[in-house]
Structures are given as structure tokens and as C-alpha cells.
Ligand binder design. Structure first.
Ligand code: SF4
Length: 394
């Protein structure tokens, strides 16, 4: 599969999955090659437009504005706030960003926000140069230790982060590597060789956690990223991998792995509703089999319930799951057909129901009438019926 513009981004890694070896202990985000293919090769994924995504984008834009100017977080939010997010979330964002500004006030000096950086990752022997790219939320320098480059990764998560999160902070490794490779753009030449990289996982609503990235960390990360790029470029099958994100996957209704999962009737039906006809049609027989089995099961269950209601000491009832079953006294209407025919006269023949099966049975008992009956029972053109047969070679 291709890597767009031969430039690997963190979103690619997140979609595809973790590559062929573990970056940090416990990092086991499986991703899904089929989803990656739909997004970046076939380009047929409609991007998620949830309020969480819009909220995150709005907060990022606002930080970018107030970091670049001399206005307050509230004024910055007012400039860009999407109406659909409503006033309550606006108040929440103002409160969160004001607190964040207080936290970050004196420690570092901002040198860039929303800064896109790029670096060469490796030269692939079959596909040529592969790059790493990414847009860093904020780059800063330490006011006391001028050789330290800071970056912030702003998060609008709704639960507080832990140091565990920092271990799996792939975006942090990504930014740190990009910063190391581009350090000369942000600090004096004589300091470039001894640069230290510190990243801050800034959970806007909560607090920031910092992590130092050593050269060993970043060398290891770049080897991981190369391995991931090599795996993606050579993947010809884009096999689906069922993972915890499948429930939100935008192409799940079109994914054989997802649609084929065992499920209860309701979720199976939900999955089938939006699925393409080309996928559904070959499963028609399966659906009929499932329906027949369900009908049989329903009949069996009703039989078992009747058995429990009629059982000695049952009190003529059976209770389960907040429902009571009992035998309701009932009457059945029966008609004396001869008497009805006599009363209705010739009108009777308009309501009599005669089945072809019953006629055939009668002819079996009266063979002398077969010839006459064949004249009475003919064939007329009817609505075509749907049939199926195997197609050779498919
Ligand atoms: S539903 Fe799951 S397995 Fe299927 S494409 Fe989406 S992420 Fe992959």
C-alpha cells in the first residue's frame, strides 16, 4: 500500500497499527490495515465530525491565536467558536484554557505554534526516500537551560492522563524526533549538537505531564517508524484486524471481519442494514437458515413454556424475566360447512377455498375423473419467481 506523499504521519500509524515490533512495553494498538487502505489509498472514508473532534479543533485554534497575540483565551475562543458547540462548552473551554495559561505562564518561551516539521526517515531500496512529518502544537525554549527544546501536545481528553499514558505517547516520540532533526531552526548553532528534548502532554482540562526523550529513545523510535513504513509499503492484502475501535469504524458495515462476527439478533440486524447488496446477496441462504432455526427455536421455547405451565405444582403459570405465562381460557369458533352452504346458496362458492393439493388427493381416490379434472385445472402465466444457480468460475 502507499504512504501518501511518502511521508509517514502519526495518523497513519494509528490507522494501520503498531508495525512489526513493540515500541514501548504495553503498546499494543493493533490498528487495522483495511481501515488504513480505505482512508489513505482508496480515499473513501468520510471523516468523523463528532462534537469531540470539533471541540478539540476549536481549542487548538484558540490556543494558536492567543499564543501568537496578546489576547486572552476567552477573546481567542470568541473569534473561532463554532456555533454548533453551544455556550456551555464555550464556558468549559474558557475555564480550561485560562487555567492552562496560568500553569504554563513562566516556565518556557514560545517560539512557534502549529508548526509543521518534516525529516527524512530512510531510503527504501524499492520505493525511494521515506519521510516523517507532523504538525507540533507548540514549540518553546527553556528560559534557563537554553539547550532544551520543549514541545507541547495539547489534548482535550475528558479523563486525566497518567504516566502510563506517557509511555504509550507515540505522538510524543514523533514530535521529539522531528524536533531533534530540525533543532537548528529553533536554537543557536553552537547548541544544536547538545539539544535535549522535553515533551509536555498537556491535558488542557487537567494538567500537563512532562517526559524527557533521550537520543536512545528517539533512535529506537525511528527504527520502529522505519519498520512500520516498510510494512505498509509492502502490504498487498490490507487484511482487517478486529480491534476495540471497530465499533466506531466508518467502514465497518462494509467489512467482512466485522459483519461476520457472531452477534445476537439485534446487532446482527443492525450490521446488515447498511451493508452492500454484493455482500448480502450470497448470504441469502444463510439468512433463510437462521430464520428457520429461529422459528424452530421459538416454537420449541413456546412448547417448553407450556410444559412448565402445565407441570404439577406450577400453579398454572411460569414466571421469568419479569413476565408471567399462563393458560388463558379460550374458545374456538367452528362452522358446520354443509349448513353454511345451504344458507348462502350460490354465494357460498365465492368464499370456498379449494387447494390444488386437495384436488390432486381427490383425483388419486377417483382416477376415473382424472381426464375431466385435467381440463378443469389449467396453467396461466404468473409473476416470474426469483431463482439462483451457481456461476462457473466465480
Ligand atoms: S471494522 Fe474493524 S476490522 Fe473492519 S475495517 Fe474497521 S477497524 Fe478494520
Amino acid at each position: 500500500m502507499k504512504i501518501p506523499d511518502m511521508e509517514l504521519h502519526q495518523s497513519h500509524a494509528r490507522s494501520y497499527g503498531g508495525g512489526s515490533f513493540e515500541l514501548v512495553p504495553g503498546y499494543d494498538d493493533p490498528g487495522c490495515p483495511r481501515l488504513y487502505q480505505a482512508k489513505y489509498e482508496l480515499e473513501r472514508v468520510v471523516w468523523d465530525d463528532s462534537w469531540q473532534r470539533q471541540y478539540g479543533a476549536a481549542v487548538h485554534k484558540a490556543i494558536d491565536i492567543f499564543e501568537g497575540g496578546s489576547i486572552t483565551p476567552e477573546a481567542a475562543l470568541e473569534k473561532i467558536w463554532p456555533v454548533v458547540l453551544g455556550p456551555e462548552r464555550f464556558i468549559e473551554a474558557v475555564r480550561d484554557l485560562t487555567r492552562m495559561v496560568e500553569r504554563l505562564a513562566v516556565e518556557t518561551h514560545t517560539v512557534a505554534t502549529e508548526q509543521f516539521l518534516r525529516m527524512k526517515l530512510y531510503t527504501d531500496e524499492d520505493y525511494g526516500d521515506v519521510y516523517l512529518g507532523g504538525s507540533i502544537d507548540r514549540i518553546a525554549i527553556d528560559l534557563i537551560n537554553a539547550w532544551i527544546l520543549y514541545f507541547d501536545d495539547w489534548k482535550t481528553d475528558r479523563k486525566p492522563p497518567s504516566y502510563e499514558n506517557l509511555n504509550r505517547w507515540i505522538q510524543g516520540f514523533w514530535y521529539a524526533s522531528l524536533l531533534r532533526a530540525n533543532a537548528d531552526s529553533f536554537m543557536a548553532d553552537d547548541l544544536v549538537g547538545q539539544v535535549g528534548i522535553k515533551g509536555r502532554y498537556e491535558a488542557v482540562k487537567w494538567y500537563g505531564l512532562e517526559r524527557v526523550f533521550t537520543n536512545d529513545d528517539l533512535d529506537y523510535f525511528e527504527a520502529w517508524a522505519e519498520s512500520l513504513a516498510r510494512t505498509i509499503l509492502r502490504d498487498k492484502t490490507a487484511e482487517p484486524i478486529i480491534n476495540p475501535g471497530c465499533g466506531w469504524c466508518p467502514i465497518r458495515m462494509d467489512c467482512p471481519a466485522w459483519v461476520g462476527l457472531p452477534a445476537d439478533g439485534a446487532t446482527l440486524l443492525e450490521r446488515m442494514t447498511d451493508t452492500k447488496l454484493e455482500f448480502l446477496a450470497p448470504r441469502l441462504k444463510e439468512m433463510t437458515d437462521v430464520r428457520l432455526q429461529l422459528e424452530k427455536l421459538e416454537k420449541d421455547v413456546k412448547g417448553m413454556i407450556s410444559g412448565r405451565v402445565l407441570a404439577p405444582d406450577s400453579g398454572d403459570e411460569f414466571k421469568a424475566g419479569g413476565t408471567r405465562w399462563f393458560l388463558n381460557p379460550a374458545e374456538k369458533r367452528v362452522a358446520d360447512v354443509k349448513a353454511v352452504a345451504k344458507i348462502m346458496g350460490d354465494d357460498f362458492w365465492f368464499l370456498a377455498s379449494v387447494t390444488l393439493g386437495a384436488i390432486d388427493n381427490w383425483v388419486e381416490d377417483h382416477p376415473e375423473e382424472r381426464a375431466e379434472m385435467e381440463k378443469a385445472v389449467g396453467k396461466v402465466r404468473a409473476k416470474p419467481r426469483l431463482k439462483s444457480e451457481p456461476v462457473s468460475g466465480e
